[in-house]
Structure formats: C-alpha cells, structure tokens
Design a protein around this ligand. Structure first.
Ligand code: AMP
Ligand code: ZN
Length: 144
C-alpha cells in the first residue's frame, strides 16, 4: 500500500518523474536527485515500508537479489573504484524519506564524500558479552 504523500511511492507509481535505471516486480532503482557523486543510485522497494525492520524477510530477499548486479553496473558505468551501500534507518540515523531505500554511492579516491564514524570501544568484556546477549535474546523472542 502506498504511503500518504510519499515521494518514492509517487515515483514507483509514475506520478512524478525519476531517471529509472532498473526495475523488477519488487523494486526499482533510479538516480538520486542530489547525488553524493554522479551515478548515486537509490534502490527502492516498490511496496511502502517505512523502515527495514518492518519488511517481511521474503520480500526483502526478493527485492535485494539484484543489488550485486546493480552495484557492479554502477561501478563500471561511472568508473568508480569502490561503492558505499548505505541504508539510513530512522530519523536519528539520517533517514529523510520514510520509504525504505538503499543508497549506492560510487566512490573514487580523493572524492568529497564522507561516510564515517569515530571507532568506539566497549567499557570492558562484560559489556561486549551483555550487548551480544541482548541481541541474541531479541532475535529469539518477539519481533519478526
Ligand atoms: P535518506 O536521507 O536516506 O532518506 O535519503 C533520501 C534521498 O532521496 C536523498 O539522497 C535525496 O536526494 C533523495 N531524493 C529525494 N527526493 C528525490 C526524488 N524526487 N528523486 C530522486 N531522489 C530523491
Ligand atoms: Zn512510499
């Protein structure tokens, strides 16, 4: 179902234009209107899900199966030496459009794109263990 006033739903439905480079029954890919580098592509699920944690796993698998081929094509077409695949999930993580999408950003050495964070550390080994344990417990109870 389409999200109310969702820009990406409108692109999927052909209501607003986009430079589409690839389509499947589950997903489409088009040029980002404000690219980090030329050839910056957005891979977008056709169906409206706001965040990745709400997508049915089977649909996610279908939609993403072309990601390797798309990444290869973007790199070859732009002559990029590398590529960042980025998914901003939630406002605090930088998500602006609430419709799940992957950024494929072609990279060249010396370009001006910055995708980085300061490497952190755990307080001690107990924090490592308890953090991993909380995630394992969340995987085995509730959620998807
Ligand atoms: P995010 O911050 O991960 O939600 O990224 C949203 C991305 O969508 C940004 O990089 C925008 O430049 C891009 N964007 C917004 N509107 C359009 C549009 N109409 N066509 C193509 N890309 C868009
Ligand atoms: Zn949408």
């Amino acid at each position: 179902m389409a999200g109310a006033d969702c820009v990406f739903c409108k692109i999927v439905q052909g209501q607003i234009p986009a430079e589409i480079v690839w389509q499947s029954p589950w997903a489409i890919a088009f040029l980002d209107i404000n690219p980090a580098n030329p050839g910056h592509v957005l891979l977008v699920l056709r169906e409206h899900y706001a965040t990745v944690d709400t997508i049915p796993p089977a649909l996610f698998g279908s939609a993403l199966q072309e990601l390797p081929r798309l990444a290869d094509a973007v790199m070859r077409a732009t002559g990029a030496e590398g590529l960042n695949v980025v998914l901003n999930n939630g406002k605090v993580a930088g998500q602006v459009i609430d419709h799940v999408h992957f950024h494929l950003i072609p990279r060249r050495s010396g370009d001006s794109v910055t995708i980085r964070w300061e490497p952190g550390t755990y307080r001690d080994s107990a924090e490592v263990t308890s953090t991993a344990e909380r995630i394992r417990a969340a995987l085995s109870t509730g959620g998807q």
